[in-house]
Design a protein around this ligand. Structure first.
Ligand SMILES: Nc1ncnc2c1ncn2[C@@H]1O[C@H](COP(=O)(O)OP(=O)(O)OP(=O)(O)O)[C@@H](O)[C@H]1O
Ligand code: SF4
Ligand SMILES: [Mg+2]
Length: 341
């Protein structure tokens, strides 16, 4: 895999800048559990996604990535906080208006089988979102579906095939073609390559990059695989237990992480070095992620943080704009920046 973000900006010809396409403010998504408990899947996150950028979200299982992704594409309502889509609050729209504008925000899931009906041909599956919306004539819908299949690299000989006749990578291409039919502005890719073989992952990631270049798309790219997110993203948000603990340009976060959790994720990411040649060292991140029903007081990461002190138990760290474009939530992040200077 080659260089990630600057290349992407050059290829798309768009600065990853300008008015946000999605603006998230103090977003909370809580689930009632039993009679009294509440699971805080997402708990007070704020960020902007800029047009033409790939906004990566990384974090361990259960950190709230999918819940956040689904809420961005309006598949779930927030408990509190706001999301503006191109400046529009979906809550203020009528049902009919919402149906029209939400087409612009689509999601591709991990499971390539998920969205495909085994009884439908590839062409029928890709055309289905247009059929449901009743957009254009039948001939126009078919032409659009065929065009989207071409865009994902599946020629006309795939149109009449059924899902069981396709490989995992081809099925995921069909899913991508389906979401393209509605001409989205932004696509949330939720572990969209995680179920594929490593060689196919690279192909599908390249397809995402190519589509972004050709169609001017914006992605929110969710993955637990730091290598994948770092490869494709311009900026990266690191989630831990429902919160974002660090946010910044991907090269800067990877080269000089400011949060102990980001550092641990970077240390534990797989390297191409054979296992026998790797240093024997303690795992960078030990223990399980705590329950989102009863998260630790103060800094939620303190129970696993090698630098935790008494203050971390007593006080939650502020979301600090520590350098231009870089945000972090750790009491001691400013100290580490001073030391580097
Ligand atoms: N509908 C729901 N009801 C109750 N709890 C939920 C619901 N959906 C998600 N959760 C909980 O919210 C938390 C965040 O889940 P989410 O699926 O967003 O995490 P994730 O970061 O996407 O994890 P993974 O990497 O495993 O996909 C988890 O504790 C999960 O059990
Ligand atoms: S605030 Fe304390 S516990 Fe949290 S990441 Fe920083 S040092 Fe670790
Ligand atoms: Mg998930």
């Amino acid at each position: 895999m080659t260089s990630p973000s600057t290349e992407m900006v050059a290829r798309t010809g768009r600065e990853a800048d300008g008015a946000p396409i999605v603006s998230v403010r103090d977003l909370r998504i809580h689930f009632p559990v039993g009679r009294r408990a509440t699971l805080k899947a997402v708990d007070g996150v704020s960020f902007n996604v800029r047009p033409g950028e790939v906004f990566g979200i990384i974090g361990e299982s259960g950190s709230g990535k999918s819940t956040l992704g689904r809420t961005i594409v309006a598949l779930r309502k927030p408990t509190s906080g706001t999301i503006l889509h191109d400046g529009i609050d979906f809550n203020a729209l009528s049902k009919r208006e919402l149906r029209t504008v939400r087409r612009g925000y689509q999601i591709v899931f991990q499971d390539p089988e998920g969205a495909l009906d085994p009884r439908m041909t590839v062409l029928q599956s890709v055309r289905e979102p247009l059929d449901i919306e009743g957009m254009g004539s039948a001939a126009e819908r078919e032409a659009m579906a065929r065009q989207c299949l071409e865009q994902v690299g599946l020629g006309s000989d795939f149109a009449g095939r059924y899902p069981h006749e396709l490989s995992g990578g081809q099925k995921q291409r069909v899913n991508i073609a389906r979401v393209l039919t509605t001409r989205p502005k932004l696509i949330v890719c939720d572990e969209a390559v995680a179920a594929l073989d490593v060689s196919i992952q690279a192909e599908v990631i390249n397809l995402f990059s190519q589509l972004q270049r050709e169609l001017g798309l914006t992605y929110v790219f969710i993955s637990h695989d730091l290598n994948v997110v770092a490869h494709i993203s311009h900026r990266i948000a690191v989630m831990y237990l429902g919160g974002i603990v660090e946010l910044g340009p991907v090269e800067e976060v990877v080269a000089s992480p400011l949060h102990p959790y980001t550092r641990a994720l970077l240390q534990s990411r797989p390297t191409p070095v054979p296992a026998s040649m790797r240093e024997r060292r303690k795992p960078a991140l030990s223990g399980e992620i705590p329950s989102a029903i009863a998260p630790p007081s103060g800094c939620h990461f303190r129970t696993r943080c090698p630098q935790a002190v008494a203050k971390c138990e007593a006080e939650a760290p502020l979301w600090d704009n520590i350098e231009p474009g870089r945000w972090v939530a750790c009491h001691f992040a400013r100290d580490s920046v001073q030391v580097k200077k």
